[in-house]
Structures are given as C-alpha cells and as structure tokens.
Design a protein around this ligand. Sequence first.
Ligand code: PEP
Ligand code: MN
Length: 345
Amino acid sequence: MQSQTSLTQIHMIVVMQKSATKEMVNHVVSIIEDHDLRADISYGEQRTAIGVVGDKGKLDEGNVTRLPGVKEILLISKPYKKVSREYKPENTVVKVGNVEFGSGTPVMIAGPCGVESEEQIMTIAKQVKELGANMLRGGAFKPRTSPYSFQGMGKEGIELLVKAREATGLPIISELVSVTDIDLFAEHVDMIQLGARNMQNFDLIKQAAKIGKPILLKRGLSAHVEEFLLAAEYILNEGNNNVVLCERGIRTFETSTRNILDLNSLALIKETSHLPIIADPSHAAGRYDLVAPLGYAALAAGADGLIVEVHNKPDEALSDGKQSLTPDTFGDMMKKLKEMSLLSP
Ligand code: PEP
Ligand code: MN
C-alpha cells in the first residue's frame, strides 16, 4: 500500500535492507505501533521504507536501528519545534522598553565590553545615545578566558548601568553568568545577555528564562546552527518567547581574525526561525578596523540589529579594547549605515 501521509507528518523513515523479509518489516511495524505511533509502509522496487507518524518523543531511533532487517534511519523533522517557522510562520517581535527587535527597524546596541567606572559608563552612555544607539550594553560579570584578567565590577557594575539608564533613557543589557545573580538581574536589567560560553549551560538558560525578561542568546564559539536553535528552544520551552539570537562569530581553521562572522548561518536562521537575530561584529572581528564593514554586511544580510563595543578610551580598556570603536568611529559607522539606507535617517 502506498502511503498518503505527507512528509511533514512523518518524523522518521526506517529504510529496510533489500534482503529484509516480510516478517522483519512486520516486526518493525509492530514496534512502531506498540509506541502509539503510526507506520506508513512504502514498498519500493529496491527496498521497503516505513514512515513513522506521531509524537516524536515516543520512540528512540537508536532502538529501531538495531531491529533485524533495518538498513538505516532517516530523521525528517528538525529536532527543534517552537523556534521554527513551521511552528510560527510570522516574525516574532521582542520588545525591550520602547525598543523592538524584529519589527523591520534595526536595533543598535552600543557600549563598553565591561563597566569600569561611573565616569566611564556615564560618558559612553551619553555619547552613544547622542549618536543614535537604542540600547546600552556593559558587562558587569565578565567571563574571561584567563582568571587573571579583569572579571568585572559585579553588582556595582549593574548599579552603574542603572544610573546610566536614568541619565539617558536607554534600556540596559548585561551578561548573566551565574544563577546566583538571577535576582539582581531580574530587578535591574532590561534584557539579559547569555554569552557564547554559556550557550549550552542549560540550567542557567532555564533559570534565566523563568524570569520572563527578554534574553539575548549568543551563539557558542563552536556551536552548530541546530545546537544554537535548540538552546533557544529551552527558553521558549519555559514559556518565555522573548528571545533575540546573536551571531557573534565562530571558530574555524582561519586564525587571522578572532572569529568568523557567519553570515551564512544568520541568513539561514532568518529563514528557519521566527526569532529576531542580531550580529556582534566586535567579537567576530576582534579588531576595531573591521567592525564597521562586518556590521554593514550583517544588516545587508538581514540582521535585526547590531551589538557593538564602544569605549571612550579603548587603549586603556580593561577588556576588549582592541576591538572597541571610539564614540567617533561609532558615529562614522552610524552615518554610513544611514547613507547605505541600512538605517533610517
Ligand atoms: C561580550 O559581549 O562582551 C562577550 C563576552 O561576548 P561573547 O559571549 O559573544 O564572547
Ligand atoms: Mn567583549
């Protein structure tokens, strides 16, 4: 009997060996049906294939692989659900105060890698606001590669960001690195950043999601698109749909820049997922002179915004000075984005 079921309902296809007997096929079918799933058999000239229809979680493909006569298993549907466009075709718009990600107007987040002093964050906040930034970034808890590097100002850094918000009206975003700081972030920040190094820290992700605040989820240094989307799926699965993804560069064989801004994945994710996605050209490039061109390219490729490191004294910065724009060069970048019609005037 030829199957009438559409491919989108089938999540697994069990391909039988050419030599598989009718008994072997029937055995596979009975195992599928024992798991409250439907088996759609397709008797081809070369081989028999069995489509598995129904709830994906009910049957582990690993168990089917071992049944007599089975050649291979083809997984059809993607492992993520709620982040996919199949689940929700229209773009998700994530609101942070009066800022909207995914509504068509790119969001510009700017600020230092780390909050270093009141004078520093206040100066930068006022300058980036003046130059057209929509949100202020600043790390207070810094996940540094070396334990001897500046680790951030901690709670005091968050309090200084709050002051900068009061002075400028810009919503604030900062990176959460530990569940112990959840209450502090719940009380003070407008958007929680989950960093590349924590993209698969699922407990942190779930606890952060439960607060219900918007989350910026950065792609892990070596994460596949599927792993990135599955990490976002954890947040949606906690009932929090306010997720913005961030392509921040990945590691490849190429070592001449800090990372590679993966615009392929950014464009692919825009197709595959309804969630907004922004780009971080600063961490991708690792050097200030490449930040602007990567930013232009990302917006041209469909990014919903950029997050850019800006420091008033990059040569004295306690972290990521090498890749930080000055307020002046950030201003040049904003001007050029408008000239290119990537930002509205
Ligand atoms: C940062 O934004 O300063 C940062 C540490 O980013 P990432 O997690 O992408 O490395
Ligand atoms: Mn940084």
